[in-house]
Design a protein around this ligand. Structure first.
Ligand code: SF4
Length: 277
């Protein structure tokens, strides 16, 4: 499990694992993509070991559209003995990443069961076709948690149904509503756990068929951040509370400043069971 110290800073993962470099923007959440800025810094780094892997993926601080799978990074979790929660932020399901490369990432995750992997994507529509082609099933991956990112009503309504297809196949799934750009209504995607058949037979909080199992949200950060309203986060929290879906507020804006030290109230930084292993 992630240390309480990291959680208090809104960090619910131990390490990032970017298996892909390069991307293209695909929605309003991408406007101030931090990975694009970070990659641009790396591309200009004097140390070739840092700049070469990202060469050609950014130009003038913007993605070029070149996307590469970095196979060598598959070795990183294999050699780490300490149980670690890895977050795969770079979009593994970008259309320029072939299914066979994605499959090698799942092979690695299959072989590294001591670790937990958060796979976060804005292209959830590619997940089911990939899993069908490569016969990837939930039972073999108790250590993988899929999330989709959406910060507006339009993108959440478009992307969540795809991730829920996974929930219907036995995978726990979540929503990263970050940056949250407006108030969103996702109540129809949150099934009350007492409605679920799994609560008759197992742990109802672990896996919710057809429902999100976790919602994490936060405001945008950075010099050009777009504003937010605390009522948007409270609205999401209330929707989760009604269905008893764990809710995590990563950061919010208070009197013009980003704050991460929100409170000691567990209802604002609850984790799904898969992240508490
Ligand atoms: S999908 Fe993610 S990595 Fe790609 S442009 Fe959008 S925010 Fe950046």
């Amino acid at each position: 499990m992630v240390s309480p110290e990291r959680l208090s800073r809104g960090l619910y993962w131990d390490r990032s694992l970017n298996l892909v470099t390069g991307c293209t923007k695909c929605g309003p959440e991408c406007l101030h993509c931090w990975l694009e800025s970070e990659t641009w810094m790396r591309a200009n780094h004097p140390n070739k070991k840092i700049s070469e892997p990202v060469a050609g993926t950014v130009c003038g601080g913007r993605w070029t559209g070149t996307v590469r799978f970095i196979r060598e990074r598959l070795e990183i979790p294999k050699h780490r003995r300490i149980r670690t929660v890895y977050a795969i932020w770079s979009d593994l399901f970008h259309p320029n990443v072939p299914f066979y490369d994605i499959f090698s990432a799942y092979q690695m995750m299959y072989g590294c069961k001591r670790h937990t992997f958060i796979v976060c994507t804005k292209r959830p529509e590619r997940i089911i076709p990939f899993m069908r082609d490569y016969d990837v099933t939930a039972g073999s991956f108790p250590n993988v948690f899929h999330m989709t990112t959406a910060g507006t009503q339009a993108t959440s309504s478009e992307r969540i149904p795809y991730i829920l297809e996974l929930a219907g196949r036995g995978w726990p799934v979540g929503l990263s509503a970050e940056p949250l750009l407006e108030e969103i209504d996702i109540a129809r995607f949150l099934k009350p756990f007492y409605d679920l058949p799994s609560c008759m037979s197992g742990d109802p909080m672990t896996y919710r068929p057809g429902s999100l199992s976790w919602v994490v949200t936060g405001c945008e950060s950075g010099a050009h951040r777009r504003g937010s309203n605390f009522s948007w986060f409270m609205s999401l929290k209330n929707q989760c509370t009604v269905s008893r879906v764990p809710f995590f507020l990563k950061q919010y804006e208070f009197e013009g400043k980003i704050t991460k030290t929100f409170c000691s109230d567990d209802e604002f930084h609850a984790l799904p069971p898969i992240l508490m292993r």
